[in-house]
Design a protein around this ligand. Structure first.
Ligand code: C6P
Length: 412
């Protein structure tokens, strides 16, 4: 079913904003999404009517806050098709979720000489924690190559699996290329080779249907702020058996069952991993975001973005001085609405500045993926436009008009 974009736009107060005297055209949802009034109101209602700490008191509003927090996990678990709410650990963001795995699971399971396998299209969040772990343990960090069409090179992947890595960590969808990886197949191959699998879902969960049980990954990381929810909250999904076997990363209130002078025992899942007062309003906001996306239907969300992506790729392909870095128009089915590009003779930051002056928000830079942007794409920076449920074709037209304006300005 096609999304009713005009109706959706009415839910996003920020879309009425002007930027540099022009109607805001927000094409940077891969960095963070805008928030609908349903999310804003849910957070506001929490603060106005039942703000209280969770798990700690038996009075009514504390119970209501606790119920909201727990229900948020249940709803998120259902949204990504986890078996149980207790498989969801709330953290600050995708970055923290991956670090939780590298610091807890990694510390206990990676030894000197072990291999850790990641891909060359990873965000720094899925590179640096593994570098730190490899360095600490004397382990080897290997990289899966990409094909010229900017997909995972599956032959290289199979070759690299022969060194029997202990863990394989890869992104479900690239924040630079838009490429959607076959997470299910990659997980199966990794499991067959005896590896544990972590999937970085920061870019996939907001835009495509995700089923962690079908993928069968052991860990899956996501951020609320990219999927209409507030920032400062994200989640680590992990299979219950993995979480049971892992040690907590932080010690403190709530994560314990009992505390003696010299030792403590841990609380049950998922609380064992959530020390101290949590981001309660964040969980309440994320619950509202999940409800909003669920109502739209993730198949419909993806369809809408594919239509926009097809349109943008078509229009950009008609401009001879623009180069798109990522899978082309024939690959739209397996692609996000994330389009990185360069304009011949125009620095990406200059391009972004011209678009800004026209009210169009895009991002330029290395997009926290330096090994990909610098070594594989071969540029110091790229411009990137990214779409979401509230974008429409005329906004892409405005962006492309501004691209030609930038070309004219800098070609003089
Ligand atoms: N990418 C972008 O503009 P955090 O910051 O922890 O919420 O998300 C990190 C992250 C991890 N993996 C992928 C694939 C991502 O895209 C991101 C965030 C933003 O592309 C900010 S750099």
């Amino acid at each position: 079913m096609a999304l009713d974009v005009e109706k959706i736009r009415k839910d996003f107060p920020i879309l009425k904003t002007q930027m540099n005297g022009k109607q805001l055209v927000y094409l940077d949802s891969a960095a963070t999404s805008q928030k609908p009034k349903q999310v804003i109101n849910a957070i506001s209602r929490y603060y106005k009517t039942y703000n209280a700490n969770i798990h700690r008191a038996i009075y009514k509003i504390s119970e209501e806050a606790t119920e909201g927090y727990i229900d948020s996990k249940e709803k998120l678990a259902k949204f990504i098709h986890a078996k149980k709410g207790l498989e969801i650990i709330y953290v600050r963001n995708t970055t923290e979720a991956i670090n939780l795995v590298s610091l807890s699971w990694g510390n206990d399971n990676i030894k000197q000489g072990d291999h850790i396998l990641i891909s060359k299209m990873e965000h720094h969040s899925n590179i640096v924690p593994w570098q730190m772990l490899a360095k600490k343990k004397g382990a080897m960090l290997d990289y899966i190559e990409l094909t010229p069409s900017m997909h995972i090179d599956m032959e290289d992947y199979k070759r690299k699996l022969q060194s029997r890595p202990k863990i394989v960590a890869f992104t479900h969808a690239s924040n630079v290329l838009g490429t959607i990886n076959d997470a299910k197949l990659m997980t199966k191959l990794a499991h067959d080779a005896g590896a544990v699998v972590l999937v970085d879902g920061a870019q996939s969960v907001p835009h495509i249907p995700v089923n962690v049980q079908e993928i069968d990954c052991d860990f899956f990381a996501l951020s609320s702020h990219k999927m209409l929810g507030p920032s400062g909250i994200g989640a680590l999904y992990a299979k219950e058996a993995m979480l049971d076997a892992m040690n907590p990363l932080f010690g403190g209130g709530d994560m314990i069952r009992s505390v003696d002078l010299q030792q403590s025992t841990w609380n049950e899942l998922p609380w064992k991993f959530e020390a101290g007062t949590q981001n309660i309003e964040g969980a309440i906001g994320l619950r509202a975001a999940v409800k909003y996306l669920k109502k739209l239907g993730m198949e419909n969300v993806h369809e809408h973005e594919k239509t926009l992506t097809r349109y943008a790729l078509q229009r950009l392909s008609e401009i001879d001085y623009v180069k798109v870095h990522g899978p082309g128009i024939n690959d739209v089915e397996k692609r996000l609405g994330v389009i990185s590009f360069t304009i011949q003779g125009v620095h990406p930051h200059d391009a972004a500045a011209v678009l800004d002056s026209e009210g169009v928000a895009i991002r330029s830079g290395h997009h926290c993926a330096m090994p990909l942007v610098r070594n594989i794409i071969g540029q110091p920076a790229v411009s990137r436009m990214s779409f979401y449920i509230y974008n429409r074709e005329e906004e892409i037209d405005k962006a492309i008009d501004a691209v030609s304006k930038a070309k004219k300005m800098f070609s003089k």
